[in-house]
Design a protein. Structure first.
Lengths: 112, 117
C-alpha cells in the first residue's frame, strides 16, 4: 500500500496570506490527524478528522481549520499567516478505532 | 495536564553497542497507549514500537525493546546492536484511550541519538 502523502512538500508564504495543505491517507484509513512541529514547541496536535467530522481539536487559534472529504483526504487551512506559523506540518492516518498512526513526510511552511 | 518528558536531549552510542532512551509521562487515565517514534533527517516520522498500558509484558520489535513501568509512569526504549541507520531523533508519545482523546498523540520533546562508527 502507498503511504501517507502530503502536498506540497515545501511552501513559502507572506504574512497575512492564507495557505491550504493537503493530506492523502493510506488506503482504507479513515482517521486523519494533523500536527505542527516547531523547534520551540515541539510536536503539537492540531485536530483529528474521521468520516468528514472533526472529532478532536487541539489548542490552536481559529485561524487553523481543516476538513475531510468523503474519500478521507484531508486539508488544513491557515488564514492570516503569522511568522510563528512557520513549521513542519505533519499529518497521520489510522484505521477506525486504531491507535497506531502512520505519518506523512510533512509540509514545510515558511512565512516571511 | 498530560505531559511526556524526555530528559536526555542528546545521546550518542558506538555502533553495535546498546543504548537506552528515557521517557516519563503523566496522566490520570488508566487506559492508554505508549509509543516510540523515530524521525531521521528526512523528517519522516516512523513508528518504532508500541505498548498498551493494560499489557504487563514489555513490547519487543527486533532490536528495539521497552521497559514499561506503569506505577512509575516510565517508558524507556532500549536499542540493541545499534546501527548507523538508527541515527535520528526519537520521540516518546502517548495517547489516552477514549472518545474524547481520539487521534491525539502527546509527544515528548525528543532525544537526538547519534550512532558513531
Amino acid at each position: 500500500k502507498a503511504g501517507v502523502t502530503q502536498t506540497p512538500r515545501y511552501l513559502i508564504k507572506t504574512r497575512g496570506q492564507q495557505v491550504t495543505l493537503s493530506c492523502s491517507p493510506i488506503s482504507g484509513h479513515r482517521s486523519v490527524s494533523w500536527y505542527q512541529q516547531t523547534p520551540g514547541q515541539g510536536l503539537q496536535f492540531l485536530f483529528e478528522y474521521f468520516s468528514e467530522t472533526q472529532r478532536n481539536k487541539g489548542n490552536f487559534p481559529g485561524r487553523f481549520s481543516g476538513r475531510q472529504f468523503s474519500n478521507s483526504r484531508s486539508e488544513m487551512n491557515v488564514s492570516t499567516l503569522e511568522l510563528g506559523d512557520s513549521a513542519l506540518y505533519l499529518c497521520a492516518s489510522s484505521l477506525d478505532n486504531s491507535y497506531e498512526q502512520y505519518f506523512g513526510p510533512g509540509t514545510r511552511l515558511t512565512v516571511t | 495536564a498530560q505531559t511526556v518528558t524526555q530528559s536526555q536531549p542528546e545521546m550518542s552510542v558506538q555502533e553495535a553497542e546498546t543504548v537506552t532512551l528515557s521517557c516519563t509521562y503523566d496522566t490520570s487515565e488508566n487506559n492508554y497507549y505508549l509509543f516510540w517514534y523515530k524521525q531521521p533527517p528526512s523528517r519522516q516520522m516512523i513508528l518504532v514500537i508500541r505498548q498498551e498500558a493494560y499489557k504487563q509484558q514489555n513490547a519487543t520489535e527486533n532490536r528495539f525493546s521497552v521497559n514499561f513501568q506503569k506505577a512509575a509512569k516510565s517508558f524507556s526504549l532500549k536499542i540493541s546492536d545499534s546501527q548507523l541507520g538508527d541515527t535520528a531523533m526519537y520521540f516518546c508519545a502517548f495517547m489516552n484511550w477514549g472518545s474524547s482523546n481520539t487521534g491525539k498523540l502527546i509527544f515528548g520533546q525528543g532525544t537526538t541519538l547519534q550512532v558513531k562508527p
